[in-house]
Design a protein around this ligand. Structure first.
Ligand code: PHB
Length: 403
């Protein structure tokens, strides 16, 4: 675990001159209250994200997105400067509670932005519910976070794990793909993505002939690919993301399956992975709440600015981070920076309507986006949008009772 106190907004010179001023003030008996107040008055924003491992690039994209949204509006929250704190959660669920507690108790963050991995989010969820700290989830789709374990202080700007895959069934059946094998990493994200897939695909008339899984974050797919070849389904559907997703698509192609059995996925499969997967990703179909090629001024402006600022192409994770930044700005503005005014803060965030690069979305009662899900196809290293697979899809929020 690494904690980096990041004071980027201050130049080194400014830090040194402030330090010198404080020493000078102390020795001359002056208190410089305005400096002391300015420091204490900062909003402390903690990133608890994966910066190492198979989800490392996801964490980076999310942080970039958050910073970009806030920088675009002057770099402050409700008029207050920001102190950023970063913690690498390594996508390790075993350290979820410990890491979140550290940010809340030792670093005393006002806002915890995290995380990517559903299992780690369960740790954050516990700490958020017990401490009351404001938590914005910029990715992890674990259902419970906005169902049975929902909380007034927890908001998600991404999806529930079953949302993207719910929309896969119809486009597959439209192509006459009646028998499918499902393959995934075996943990909450994959299992809950399967719930969505199963519901949508079987309702559309499809049959799931086999469920296959590997432990997260293993990438030894060979035995399972051999099994798929012998099962000869009409199609394969899957959940993988990050580095492991690129490896899966490459192995799928190398096993000779790519041209025989069409590959479908929850769209994370092809997010941020297209360079690494190369030709192996071409033609892969998926459903997700974002697509690179969405032809709107909002998306185009976002993509241009992100590429300029970070020298890389944005993906769905960057968009979810950007929207976490937008949501936080909106809340902080509503209470003029007084984040202790929780009733007003949560009211503003809970009734948010976000103008996102993905398209407009609104916050559900259980604090999860109600959003369009797109059908996409990889063409020339781009997630080309083919249409809307589900319009303004909401998660059920089943069992959510806000305290
Ligand atoms: C999750 O663990 O919830 C998760 C991780 C990566 C994704 C999507 C969901 O791309």
């Amino acid at each position: 675990m690494t904690v980096i106190h990041d004071r980027r907004p201050l130049s080194r010179r400014l830090v040194l001159s402030r330090g010198a001023a404080l020493v000078g003030a102390a020795s001359s008996g002056l208190l410089l209250p305005e400096i002391v107040r300015a420091q204490g008055n900062k909003v402390k924003v903690g990133f608890m994200l994966p910066y190492t491992g198979t989800y490392a690039q996801l964490g980076v994209a999310i942080e970039n997105g958050v910073r970009m949204a806030i920088a675009e509006k002057g770099g402050k929250l409700g008029g207050r400067e920001i102190e950023w704190v970063k913690l690498d959660d390594e996508s390790n669920p075993a350290k979820g509670v410990e890491n979140a507690s550290k940010l809340v108790q030792a670093d005393k963050v006002d806002v915890l932005i995290g995380t990517v991995h559903s299992g780690v989010q369960m740790g954050i969820q516990k700490v958020a519910r017990e401490s009351g700290v404001l938590n914005i989830i910029p990715n992890a789709g674990v259902l419970a976070a906005t169902r049975a374990l929902c909380a007034p202080n927890v908001f998600r700007t991404s999806f529930t794990n079953s949302q993207p895959t719910m929309a896969l069934g119809k486009p597959m059946m439209d192509k006459g793909l009646k028998k499918a094998v499902w393959i995934t990493w075996k943990y909450a994200a994959g299992d809950e993505a399967f719930e969505g897939f199963k519901e949508g695909y079987t309702k559309a008339g499809g049959t799931i002939v086999k469920e296959l899984g590997v432990a997260f974050p293993n990438v030894e797919f060979q035995a399972l690919l051999t099994e798929i070849a012998s099962l000869k389904p009409d199609a394969v559907a899957c959940f993988f993301a990050g580095g492991g997703a690129a490896k899966f698509m490459k192995d799928y192609a190398a096993a000779g399956l790519k041209d025989k059995i069409p590959l479908y996925g929850s769209g994370f499969l092809t997010e941020g992975t297209l360079e690494a997967a190369g030709d192996a990703a071409e033609g892969v179909m998926s459903t997700l709440h974002y697509a690179d090629s969405l032809d709107t001024p909002r998306n185009k402006a976002f993509r241009t600015a992100y590429a300029r600022d970070f020298k890389m192409q944005p993906d769905v994770y960057a968009v979810q981070g950007y929207d976490a930044g937008q949501l936080l700005l909106l809340g902080a503005d509503a209470v003029k920076g007084d984040l202790a005014n929780k009733a007003a803060l949560y009211k503003a965030m809970g009734s948010a309507s976000i103008d996102s690069p993905r398209g407009k979305w609104t916050m559900s009662k259980s604090h999860n986006p109600i959003q369009d899900i797109y059908l996409r196809k990889v063409e020339n290293k781009d997630n080309k949008v083919l249409g809307v697979a589900a319009k303004q899809l909401a998660d059920s929020g089943a069992g959510c009772k806000m305290a």
